[in-house]
Design a protein around this ligand. Structure first.
Ligand code: F6R
Length: 240
């Protein structure tokens, strides 16, 4: 795993955007795997700036997001589809028809998950996957469990995740207790992965990821088994 330690959140955001920009220049028709949450917001802002400046274009890009709350409509202002529109898609020249977020209203989530993974494969697989790290070490919503799913699936959210994400909702009771999420296999098939982490709150998880040991109780550590992962952290996340 390659580690890039940045001075602060802003530098981390720029470093992440730089890697994505390089890929877009090299392969304009690439497939991006995208994450929501607070961590990548600055990087998305940087990408929108580069797009506005004409440095990069997303017009031939296809994207697949990691996850979506369940059940939640894509029009809900806390949905991850809404988040992606507001934080990235509305500010870049991407064709929204080619942006994908798991269906938070799927009647049959297992079937939806299979179709989602098949769509990723049909698009040629993910060239670059962006990940954040949950305070409990999760990637996407692969929560600490003895057994994890390989493919996109419906999952329950742990109390710690519900609590961490309640900051975006009016009350903790409004936070959905389930989500549809890419599984570990869907993520590990990506050709390249960048993981962003910022702030002291992520230090314990970053330390665990650097411990050299793998456990499904901290799904971020599974990335140690991937051949091309870059962990981009700020000093606070790195040093604690
Ligand atoms: C988001 C996702 C989550 C977040 C993680 C960190 O699509 O899959 O795993 O990346 O919970 O969230 P933030 O960045 O808000 O700390």
């Amino acid at each position: 795993m390659k580690i890039v330690v940045c001075e602060n959140y802003e530098e981390m955001s720029k470093a992440g955007a730089e890697i994505i920009a390089d890929l877009l220049k090299e392969k304009p028709k690439c497939v991006l795997g995208l994450a929501t949450g607070s961590t990548p917001v600055g990087m998305y802002r940087e990408l929108a700036k580069k797009n506005a400046a004409g440095e990069i274009t997303f017009k031939d890009v296809t994207s697949f997001n990691l996850d979506e709350y369940y059940p939640l409509a894509p029009t809900h202002d806390q949905s991850y589809r809404y988040f992606m529109n507001v934080n990235l898609f509305d500010h870049i020249d991407i064709d929204k028809e080619r942006t994908h977020v798991p269906d938070g209203l799927a009647k049959d989530p297992a079937k939806m998950g299979e179709a989602y993974d098949a769509a990723i494969e049909a698009a040629g697989g993910i060239d670059l996957q962006v990940l954040g790290l949950g305070p409990n070490g999760h990637i996407a919503f692969n929560e600490p469990e003895e057994e994890l799913y390989a493919g996109t699936h419906l999952t329950g959210l742990t109390e710690s995740t519900i609590k961490a994400n309640s900051r975006f909702f009016a009350s903790i009771d409004d936070v959905p207790t389930q989500a549809v999420t890419m599984g570990i296999g869907s993520i590990m098939k990506a050709r390249k992965i960048i993981v962003l982490a910022s702030g002291k709150g992520k230090h314990a998880v970053v330390a665990k990821m650097l411990s050299g040991r793998i456990t499904t109780m901290c799904s971020g550590t599974l990335l140690l088994a991937h051949a091309d992962v870059t962990l981009i952290v700020d000093k606070e996340a790195f040093e604690g």
